[in-house]
Design a protein around this ligand. Sequence first.
Ligand code: NAD
Ligand code: MN
Length: 356
Amino acid sequence: ARTLRIGLIPGDGIGKEVIPAGRRVLEALPASLGLKFSFVDLQAGFETFEKTGAALPDKTVEVLKTECDGALFGAVSSPSKAVKGYSSPIVALRKKLDLYANVRPVKTVATDPKAIDMVIVRENTEDLYVKEERTFDSPDGRGKVAEAVKRISERASHRIAAMAGEIAQRRQNVRAAGGASVHAAPMVTITHKSNVLSQTDGLFRATARAALEDPRFRGVAIDEQIVDSMVYKLFRQPEFYDVIVAPNLYGDILSDGAAALVGSLGLVPSANVGEGFAIGEPCHGSAPDIMGQNIANPIATIRSTALMLEFLNEEQAAAKIYAAVDANLEEGKYLSPDLGGKAKTEEVIEDILRRL
Ligand code: NAD
Ligand code: MN
């Protein structure tokens, strides 16, 4: 049997209520899959910062790097006003572990009248998020001027597009194996604004296209769209999209927007992926308005757990978890309040565990 060591980083607020769901789902997987898990509890977040002075203690990074195959990250609270010395631990983790892709599937279940099944693959290391900003007094009467660097590299654009291509192929294999789908054939949509930003987005577009034209992606259709009209189409015709690849900023915005299409933030998973390492992370935050009430929806975390397994090449185990979640949602007997139900976090978890 393969043993995977998983770091558990609950963070703040409802992170502490939903991360245990990920662990319990992994422990409940059938032995026939030949998988074993061991866990290590790790600290990060605002509470950790207040206690120790570091939002992301070195030990957390060290243990992830040296001991773990993957991790689950809950959520962290960010103070509304800047606090000296505090910065987001998940952003730092992505950098330190070179988790260059943020992958976010957005999917409805069979009983939903909308048939949405897309994955957004966002480049995670560059673009405007290199945070090279400066402010200066203009010499010509415009007052202060602030500007930021938008950096796009061939290497990062190529590897993110290749990952999108691989995901498109993998999804096609799952469909071929009998999963119902709204898509007949795999397709990757390249997101850009190269009509205006001909050099930066132009490089992203050309590099992504070249990466996807590689013979190993034969059969994956290449589509490309300009980001603003793409948003229109994403809302009008979400069933059109299969896999979307985007530079960091557009990917950030598109993925939050797409999450709105499926009802609740409590449903949407993500994974931060690098070479041979993945961190599953629900898309929601620490939800201070509902913490401590045992009503947080654990599904975003449970799906993030499955997504992490996909990137650790345990697709069968992942498929089992997705199916159990879909069955829970389709039956609709144990739904948390964000979905209009009355079930407590614990009851949703138990219903999903029964179905594994
Ligand atoms: P949020 O995602 O925490 O909550 C938004 C709304 O969705 C709230 O009404 C909340 O109750 C609801 N919600 C979120 N997750 C839910 C779940 N699993 N089940 C049921 N309902 C759920 O966003 P926010 O309120 O804007 O931010 C709260 C805190 O979280 C802030 O400190 C913010 O900085 C932080 N945050 C962290 C992350 C992250 O860690 N990745 C992401 C977004 C926000
Ligand atoms: Mn975001």
